[in-house]
Design a protein around this ligand. Structure first.
Ligand code: FES
Ligand code: FES
Length: 80
């Protein structure tokens, strides 16, 4: 049985990432430091998803937490 994640917001977070850096996307939706994990998931069935930037760019990380392409927004939020 899987819990449903909390919708942090119904739109993506635009994040400036740096090539070579690793980021941890909050999958549970409960972090206070969206879109990144702050450890709040502990004790739940969720764990953060690693995102390694291969270039310095702006990326759109899913805020609704229901994307099919974690951690990136795939447009699923538009159906909410
Ligand atoms: Fe949400 Fe860690 S706080 S996955
Ligand atoms: Fe979740 Fe776009 S914000 S799919």
């Amino acid at each position: 049985m899987s819990e449903s994640p909390t919708i942090a917001q119904k739109s993506p977070f635009a994040v400036n990432v740096t090539a070579g850096q690793t980021y941890w996307w909050c999958a549970c939706g409960k972090s206070k430091n969206q879109p990144f994990c702050d450890g709040t998931h502990r004790g739940s069935s969720f764990s953060p998803v690693e995102y390694k930037a291969d270039q310095t760019a702006t990326v759109y990380l899913c805020g609704c937490k229901h994307t099919g392409k974690r951690p990136l927004c795939d447009g699923t939020h538009r159906k909410m």
